[in-house]
Design a protein around this ligand. Structure first.
Ligand SMILES: Nc1ncnc2c1ncn2[C@@H]1O[C@H](COP(=O)(O)OP(=O)(O)OP(=O)(O)O)[C@@H](O)[C@H]1O
Ligand SMILES: [Mg+2]
Length: 380
């Protein structure tokens, strides 16, 4: 197989603001057909990198080439460049005083000098591709967030760009709307548009891209296919970042803790990590039975750390619970050994429910630690 051609070549790119230098030395080739997800901690220069490729931001030093033309040069035609390299933002940036179809027609007419009829025909065709032809004469305010973002993508496509840069295209959307935007991103990729997308949504990155760039230490810290980055990254900081994303930590230090908020966090964690619904429901049930029914009433004040980690390979969630107080081995409750610690009927029922969901439940106690009780269990 011949290597796909290089569309973007970035060498020794540096960006310095007064006080911070988010990008010290970025080196990167983007090939035709690549769909690259750019991930990494906040402040590592992901948005800055996209903005420099689109010339919305000047580089401090280093060079960017698009098809062998140096776009960081002062002679670069910025309008022409932006026609070839489109950009999509988290906040859609549609013109609110124009209808959907007018939004899509604006740049082809104003910048490419296309006739209104041709621009209109193209806009209608594109709307049809994202199943929004019925919204052609609506105003942006009449659309849902997901629809606005699909329109923003269509508007960029009206210029027939070769590369599309997307900065967190789904982060302003309700989880239910992410799917429709993802479907459009996928379709655009299939149509052969090369993409670079900054995202904090790892399941999106995993599903749509062929390459994932992990940004850290002022540059591209690791560049690999999604399976490698998410399952088996080569370098330490990538490993730490990915591990953190795959775990959820809650800390409960009051009887009036935010129970609904905790449940929402668990649901969101499940969605972000593609955890099967049945596993997340089990995790939430065990949380309710163990934390609110058994531990909270017994601990005053409570100090419970609840950590959930999900392994995609094994399709299991591991829950680790650390809590304060005297040694309290709930794994013995309800077992053949009988009622060892004077459980109430309700508590016994809770233990039974937990046992029904969790396997390999283990308890240990470390003398002298604030949260000396440790329970570890697996679901799924
Ligand atoms: N116009 C600016 N002036 C000064 N500093 C800036 C400017 N734009 C960005 N920065 C700083 O540069 C660093 C990188 O910012 P950038 O927005 O690229 O990060 P990011 O990786 O996109 O982060 P996030 O994941 O939070 O969006 C940050 O420390 C930010 O404060
Ligand atoms: Mg950003």
């Amino acid at each position: 197989m011949t290597e796909r051609e290089i569309l973007l070549h970035i060498e020794h790119l540096k960006k310095e603001y007064s006080g911070v230098t988010p990008l010290r030395d970025v080196n990167l080739d983007v090939r035709k057909g690549d769909v690259i997800s750019v991930i990494g901690p906040s402040g590592t220069g992901k948005s800055t990198l996209l903005r420099m490729i689109n010339r919305m931001e000047e580089v401090t030093s280093g060079k960017i080439f698009y098809r062998n033309e140096e776009i960081t040069s002062p002679h670069c035609e910025i309008h022409h460049l932006r026609q070839k390299i489109g950009m999509i933002f988290q906040s859609f940036n549609l013109f609110s005083h124009l209808t959907v179809v007018e939004n899509i027609m604006a740049a082809p007419v104003d910048l490419l000098g296309m006739s209104k009829q041709a621009a209109y025909d193209r806009a209608k065709k594109l709307l049809d591709r994202v199943s929004l032809e019925s919204k052609a004469f609506s105003y942006p305010d009449e659309l849902s967030g997901g629809q606005k973002q699909r329109i923003a993508i269509v508007r960029a496509l009206a210029m027939e760009p070769e590369i599309l840069l997307l900065d967190e295209p789904t982060s302003a959307l309700d989880p239910a709307m992410v799917g429709e935007v993802e479907a459009v991103i996928r379709r655009v990729a299939e149509a052969g548009v090369t993409m670079m997308l900054v995202t904090h949504d790892m399941s999106l990155a995993r599903r749509v891209s062929n390459r994932v760039l992990y940004m850290d230490e002022g540059g591209v810290y690791e560049d690999a296919p999604p399976e490698v980055i998410f399952e088996n990254p080569a370098r330490e900081k990538t490993r730490r970042f990915v591990r953190q994303l795959k775990s959820l930590e809650l800390f409960i230090d009051s009887r009036n803790f935010d129970f609904i908020g905790c449940n929402t966090s668990m649901e969101e964690f499940g969605m972000k990590n593609d955890v099967p619904k049945s596993i997340i429901l089990s995790v939430m049930l065990v949380f309710e039975e163990l934390c609110t029914q058994i531990l909270l009433p017994r601990l005053s004040p409570p100090a419970i750390r609840w950590v959930v980690e999900y392994s995609k390979e094994k399709e299991t969630a591991t829950i680790t619970v650390d809590y304060n107080g005297k040694p309290l081995d709930i794994t013995k409750f309800g077992s053949e050994a009988g009622n060892v610690s004077g459980l109430t009927r309700e508590e016994e029922l809770s233990v039974r429910l937990i046992r029904g969901r969790a396997r390999d439940m283990q308890w240990s106690f470390t003398e002298g630690e604030e949260q000396g009780n440790h329970i570890c269990m697996t679901m799924g």
